[in-house]
Design a binder for this molecule. Sequence first.
Ligand code: HBI
Length: 95
Amino acid sequence: MIAKLTPAERSELLPTLPEWAVDEGRDGITRKFAFADFVEAFGFMTRVALLAEKADHHPEWSNLYNRVEILLTTHDAGGLSRRDVDLARAIDALI
Ligand code: HBI
């Protein structure tokens, strides 16, 4: 069972992800990306997909032409877990 982040862990970890906003309703974190064009956006999504597979942790995301929006939450935990923080950090490293 994957544990949700405790309030203390959230206070410690979320400030290290300043580009990500907390979605209180979903108990997840979101970030919006804009690229030069669709091809760049899709290339980014391909790289994220490979990270997700490697982590066995998958984003909820949408793409509109050159824009990608990602929500990270842990279904098995019913909210934000360390897996979301780790994947967000790995995604940030792609930018
Ligand atoms: N991705 N976001 C997210 N949340 C999960 O709980 C999750 C996942 N990817 C794979 C996964 N769980 C598997 O571990 C379980 O479906 C078995």
